[in-house]
Ligand binder design. Structure first.
Ligand code: PLP
Length: 374
């Protein structure tokens, strides 16, 4: 058996052979009962204007390559956020933008500083690019400690730091003033991943610091607040010279034609996104209260998910109980986080169903689907 594996992987390079691949959340087979709260998708549909625009884009024009520099989308993002298109980079999901950041700005052996816990793709990309990582534990309450990160970065002469804000999987938000101070005092690049920022309230983004900091890259995505995971479009704000570097590294046509058109229509209809984000924040507050009433300990979340644990029942057991009712939530088997579940916020109705299932799990009563069976 061993020999067989060795033969199978003989064409893999050394880095790949020792790499730990990213583990995406489960994509279950859907039935009418499936409630999927494990990958922070948005329960509301994307803007009807975006859907209409994409439908119209599916036609004879597909024989043509899409615009290589996504000029029209870039223009729309620039207009919405009042920045020059030269400060906007777009990618096939923010995951691709992250990957390009590593390939463009990190050399083999360079050091990346990151908080623990955080989005688990970062160390995978570091490994894939031959970079070293310095993990800095979040405080006891899971808040990010920028001073500790700075000390680590300076000691190791790190080339880059990544801060997810709000952080994943905790949902904890770091004040933008602290990010600015961190970036001012750190010589390397500071990537702030704002995938969930639209759920964090007005003024939470460190976007306002962009002009003053030439080492800041702010990462955004259409996946979460715009309900467009399926088209894979992410974007970044950064100084023009950084954008120029990313442009040189990317594939020629990295975003397909329909996705560019859909994302542009979505950003031009930003009120739709804001309305849905506000609904999700309301549901998050209600659900957090419901959890609290049942004895759960939940971190304060600024994302479209909560990170929660119960002192009387393990997260792994709860996850498996919920799955018996076709409710999917995320559990990470790792230090400090294995007692927690990360639960995406759905509609009010979704969360009421989940609360019922949690009650059954806590009371030790039978899962809903098996009731009445012998
Ligand atoms: C912190 C964080 N950044 C980035 C992403 C990836 O987003 P995208 O769908 O734009 O690749 C995720 C996805 O879950 C995330 O949690």
């Amino acid at each position: 058996m061993k020999e067989e594996i060795a033969r199978e992987t003989r064409f893999w390079n050394v880095r790949l052979r020792s790499m730990h691949a990213y583990q995406p959340g489960e994509q279950p087979k859907f039935s009418p009962q499936t409630l999927k709260l494990n990958t922070n998708e948005n329960p509301y549909p994307p803007s009807p204007k975006a859907i209409r625009a994409m439908r119209q884009a599916i036609g004879a024009d597909l024989r043509l390559y899409p615009p290589a520099d996504w000029q029209s989308l870039r223009q729309a993002i620039g207009e919405e956020y009042d920045v020059s298109p030269a400060q906007v980079f777009c990618g096939n999901g923010s995951d691709e933008v992250l990957s390009l950041i590593f390939r463009s700005f990190m050399n083999e052996g360079d050091l990346l500083v990151l908080a623990y816990p955080t989005y688990s793709l970062y160390p995978v990309l570091a490994e894939a690019n031959g970079c070293r990582t310095a993990w800095v534990d979040t405080r006891e309450d899971f808040s990010i400690d920028p001073d500790a990160m700075l000390a680590e970065a300076r000691t190791g002469e790190a080339r880059m730091a990544i801060i997810a804000n709000p952080n994943a999987p905790t949902g904890m938000l770091l004040d933008k003033k602290q990010i600015r101070e961190f970036a001012e005092r750190f010589n390397g690049l500071v990537v702030v991943d704002e995938a969930y920022i639209d759920f964090a309230g007005e003024g939470a983004s460190c976007f306002s610091e962009l002009g003053a900091l030439d080492n800041l890259i702010i990462l955004r995505t259409f996946s979460k607040s715009f309900s467009l995971c399926g088209i894979r479009v992410g974007y970044a704000f950064a100084a023009p010279i950084l954008v120029e570097g990313l442009m040189a590294m990317k594939d020629s046509y990295n975003i397909d034609r329909a996705a560019q058109i859909g994302a542009e229509a979505a950003i031009r209809d930003i009120a739709w996104m804001r309305k849905n984000a506000a609904r999700i924040c309301k549901t998050r507050a209600k659900f957090t209260q419901a959890l609290c009433a049942r004895g759960f300990e939940t971190l304060p979340s600024a994302g479209n998910f909560v990170f929660t644990r119960h002192p009387k029942i393990s997260a792994a057991e709860l996850q498996s109980r919920l799955q018996q009712e076709e409710i999917y939530v995320r559990h990470f088997e790792a230090r400090r986080v294995s007692e927690y579940l990360r639960i995406s916020i759905g509609t009010d109705k979704d969360m009421t169903r989940l609360t019922g299932a949690l009650d059954r799990a806590l009371n030790g009563s039978a899962p809903e689907h098996s009731r009445g069976r012998a």
